[in-house]
Each structure stands twice: as C-alpha cells, then as structure tokens.
Design a protein around this ligand. Structure first.
Ligand code: ADP
Ligand code: MG
Length: 330
C-alpha cells in the first residue's frame, strides 16, 4: 500500500469577486495516519484548501488524489464530497433539536439495530461524551458540540477527517484535552487528520506535519520542530508567536551584526551568563511561568526576552549578562 494517502498537485482556486483571492499553485502530500495542521491567519485560504480536498469546490487548476484516485469536484458528481472523507466545519452541521445519541446514530443504517447501537456507544466512549447521550445539542457547550460533530464524522468508516478550526469554540483547558484525544484517535484508528487553524500552538503540539499558508501561498511544509527551529520566512517566525524579531538597527544596538533587514531568535536561545563576550542587559520585568521565569531584558533601548530556569535568580532592575547563542537573519 502506498504510504501517501493524499496528494495535492499544483492546486489553484481563485475567487474573482469582490477581489482576487483564494489559493494558488499548492502542492504537498500527506502520509497515511498522520495529523497535518495547516496554519495561517484569517483569509489565508485554509477553508478554501480544505473544501477543495473534500471535493466541495471546483478547482481552477491542479488535482487532489486520494489513494491515487482523483477526487471529483462538485460539477462531476451528483452529491459533492467524498465517501472516504468527512469534514467538520465551524458550524458543526448538527441537528440541534435531536439528542446527542440520535445525531451520531443517524449516520448508520437500520439493517442491524444492535450493531448500530453498539457502534454509536463505542464512538461516544472514544470521544468522552457518553454522559451527554440524552442531551439535546442546544444544551451543550461549544466544545461538547465539537466532540459530537467529530463522533458523527468518524462513525461511518471515515479514512480522512478534515477539521476546520476545531479548537475555536473550546476554552483552553478543554482544548488541551481535545488535542490529546484527537491525537490518540489518530494513533488508535490509523485515521488521517487534516486540521486548519489560525492558532499555531494547535499545530506545534499536535501535528506530524505542519503547513504554513500566507495569502493563498504555501510558504513552508515540514515537521513542526523543523519549522520552529528553521522558519524559512520572517512571516513564519512571526506567526509562530514566540520569536523575538528585531530590525537591523535594533540588532546593532544589542551587538548583533547583520547584512539583512531582520534578525530573529527565541527566548530559549538567549544564554544568561557572564562570559567575556556576553553583554549587559537590565531586567525590566520578570514573568513567573511556573517552573521557569521569562525575563524582559533591555539594552540601549532594545527589549528582548530570555528564559530563566532557576526561578527567582535574577530580579527586576538587576543587570545580567546575555549572549544570543543563535539567531536567524531575514
Ligand atoms: P481562511 O479559512 O484561511 O480564513 P478562506 O479560505 O475562507 O480563508 O478565504 C480565503 C480568501 O478567499 C479570503 O480572502 C476570502 O474572503 C476569499 N473567499 C472565500 N470564499 C469566497 C467566496 N465564496 N467568494 C469570494 N471570495 C471568497
Ligand atoms: Mg476558514
């Protein structure tokens, strides 16, 4: 069996109105059983890409292959979509007046009622929603509705689950749980999951493969750790959130030389020490983070952040030696 389950070749889908937008010339492939996160800000084309993969949108150019077979567009078949994939959108498309159990069970036929019941209960168990069995959808929180929608999508032998902003309705504690559950589901069932999000932390913690989308272009496609350690564009570093980005003038002020416009580094690349070549910074703030502190440091009017693993070692207004062990130039 081929390792790749989905291949996207030179995919272009442009909208002309009200202005030219969409996605252009996107190519990548997805390994069976992987979790793939597509990260990009609002309007970057994430939902468009997902709908194209599922066969809901007619593409302008290129093709999508599922197990080597071309995914048909909405103009090529009576019912748009693909039987082996399921898509969960932000509106969940649940029957809000029906009970949780009936929403999920409705996906299965009545030929074997006992099997239908067993399968529905098993899927509810998997997604930790057994307690909600007899509740109506209107009585559930956003996060609970999200789980019901995923259970509903998975129950009819789905090979690929497409999730559009799956964490947008979920508060941060439940988010971690849902992330862990999605990861577990994928590993247990061999399901392939493609999720899109505007929040990079979703991708970094969850995904086997991460795609960065900007204005309809695919900027980078790699393992999350590789993208984090080696962002190929300044934009990628910006969207990952944690990076310190300085212009060339600011870089000079803290003793970094660059021929480029920007230097980028992470707080964990800043070494606090007292060697001869390190530089003195003033501690402006100490942010308590639990098992470490994040320090806001300043030198010649330029602020950077650094991590301090021995919580409390340096305090506000202290002077510390800091060396930028590694930095990237753009
Ligand atoms: P995202 O999901 O990343 O927020 P979308 O794929 O929804 O982005 O949209 C990408 C771009 O295409 C946006 O500029 C959006 O306004 C535009 N767009 C999306 N759907 C349509 C449509 N049906 N008609 C015209 N423009 C659209
Ligand atoms: Mg969207």
């Amino acid at each position: 069996m081929n390792e790749q389950i989905i291949t996207v070749n030179n995919l272009t889908k442009q909208y002309q109105e009200p202005q030219v937008s969409g996605i252009s010339n996107i190519s990548f492939s997805i390994k069976r059983g992987d979790i793939v996160a597509i990260i990009g800000e609002s309007g970057s084309g994430k939902s468009t890409l997902l709908k194209c993969i599922y066969g809901l949108l007619k593409t302008d150019e290129g093709e999508i292959l599922l197990n080597g077979k071309r995914v048909l567009g909405p103009d090529e078949q009576l019912i748009p979509g693909n039987a082996e994939m399921k898509m969960v959108t932000q509106d969940f498309s649940l029957n809000i007046y029906a009970k949780v159990y009936d929403n999920i069970a409705s996906m299965l036929s009545n030929t074997d009622v006992a099997a239908k019941q067993a399968k529905t209960l098993e899927m509810m168990e998997r997604l930790h929603i057994t307690k909600l069995k007899d509740k109506k959808i209107t009585e559930l929180s956003g996060g609970e509705q999200q789980r019901v929608a995923i259970a509903k999508a998975l129950i009819s032998d789905t090979k690929v689950l497409l999730l559009d902003e799956p964490f947008s309705q979920v508060d941060s504690l439940l988010k971690n749980q849902l992330r862990a559950d999605i990861k577990r589901l994928a590993k247990e069932t061999g399901l392939t999951i493609v999720l899109v999000s505007h929040d990079p932390t979703d991708g970094l913690f969850l995904a086997d493969q991460l795609l960065i989308l900007k204005q309809g272009q695919l900027l980078q496609n790699d393992k999350p750790e590789t993208i984090y350690q080696n962002p190929s564009h300044l934009y990628t570093a910006q969207i990952l959130g944690n990076a310190i980005i300085l212009d060339a003038e600011q870089a000079t002020q803290i003793g970094l030389k660059t021929e480029k416009q920007n230097v980028v580094f992470y707080p964990e690349w800043v070494e606090l020490k007292s060697s001869w070549n390190s530089r003195r910074f003033e501690v402006k703030e100490v942010y308590y983070k639990g098992f470490y502190d994040e320090l806001l440091l300043e030198r010649n009017g330029v602020k950077i952040r650094a991590l301090q693993l021995n919580s409390g070692e340096h305090k506000k207004n202290d002077h510390v030696q800091a060396n930028i062990g590694r930095f990237l130039e753009f």
